[in-house]
Design a protein. Sequence first.
Lengths: 291, 313
Amino acid sequence: MSTLAAPLPVHREASPGARVLRRLRRRRAAIVGLWVVVGFILLALFAPWIAPYDPLQTSWSAVRKAPSAAHWFGTDEIGRDVLSRVIWGTRASLLAGLVSVSISLACGVPIGLLAGYVGGPVDALISRMTDAMLACPFLILAIALAAFLGPSLTNAMIAIGVTATPVFIRLTRAQVLAVKVEDYVEAARALGNPPWRIALRHVLPNAISPLIVQATLAIAAAVIAEASLSFLGLGQQPPAPSWGSMLNTAKNYIDNAPWMAIWPGLSIFLLVLSFNLVGDGLRDALDPRRV
Amino acid sequence: MFNYLVQRLATIIPTLFFVSVLIFGLQQLLPGDAALILAGEDNDPTVIAHLRSTMHLDEPFPVRYAYWAGGVLKGDLGESQRIKKPVLDLILEKLPVTLELACIAMVIALVIGVTAGVVSAVAKDSVWDYAANVVALWGLSTPNFWLGIMMILLFSVTLGWLPASGYVSPFEDLKGNLATMIMPAFVLGNAIAAVLMRHTRSAMLQVLSSDYVRTARAKGLDERVVVIKHALRNALIPIITLGALEFGTLLSGAVLTEQVFSVPGFGKLIVDAVFNRDYAVVQGVVLFTATAYIALNLCADVGYFLANPRLRG
């Protein structure tokens, strides 16, 4: 008779990433948001194959036609298929969201790290400049920047990215100030590590969680900002499709072609809502106090 | 109190300095010769020469900034190239319209946001709490220009209840004024209501679990009195401060809302200036907005300081 004892359960410590994913998976709204974002990314990537028509192709025989089997979302004022333009417009919105937040991160994190880690007059100077930028309302500063740079999608992305940078500077600085007094940072310093190594290897990785949450929420804000600038004529230039510029045209035909306004607006709403849901979920999943 | 005010004012001066450098620096972004661009399409050599001398374009950046800042300190924000009027006059002309819009929007935001926040905190984890959170998420995710277009579709085109655009002065026709302002104000207040709702909810949840609320309940006070008199009054202090800080969001939102509803305010002024390449107006509007925001921030801080006995010490 075998008397072998049952094997003892092995307790493996899950990695931080796996823990966050497990917590995120428990938040149903965040998962739904994530799937919708993935859906939009797929739409943007495969737009040439998914869109039923060329988004720039005009048809004078199909001007402002209501939604039908041939044109699911109807057609616009010069007979272009609204569904195809909405699908292609995903590219401008997602690109604006991702590129402008990348600009904010690329500028904001190193400057915030410098301010928080070095301190003293450098910190004071950076903090006052950040205050100055934060004193200008976000969209008004973005409009002014885009106006001086000239209207185009690239300039709109730069304007949004630069305008959103101070939030990342402030957040990184605050995180670094909290982390740099921890014992492990002191230990790294005592071991003789150079300051840049301590800042990059020990301080930054431990300050990154709130930055991830903020970046996700900032993408949502950037998508709205790009749509706003395009709505005002300062973003993606016609005839290239963008949800904001589609709405700008649609408002002139609201009484006889409301479908031109409904679908691009609904797309902005859905994409922004999804990023907000993911951001909220990530904030809960990354915050140990909320478990 | 005096020391606190001096301290706060001392931090404002460098901020204002950097704001002015930032806004003046925008001019540097213009590609090519600024005088050529500012002169517009006619390229009139006399206009170009005039611009070059009045704007000191041949001087280095710090000197030009000093001339400009000196003018700003005397209330001279430059002159509109298109309308040929001082920028400050244009701003002051349009400001009352936007202020009226912002005030109505703020009232709407406070009524919706605070009510929804209180209901969702009192009935935590109920259907009402869930509904209020969904409404807040909707408010935060809806682009206000789209909401404006959808409201025009519903209330002007389909139902015919309200005018789709335009503006009537309240001194001429108060009813007509409210009819033109209610939709833009609701659109503008919508996003702020969402932010206020979230903050009211968390402030109320914190206050409702405090000892003095428990004491009030233990005394057998009516729940309504406990919520409104004891809890809400204390939770309102940070909310009112937040309301003042949301002023920037209101002004940003007003740019788009005024565009959708053709309201001739501050926001429309900056958009028209952008398209007419009237850069002095763009700079003037940004500078004015930022200064107003900083001043309001200061008022909110002082208000918070006065309202909170613990800070006064």
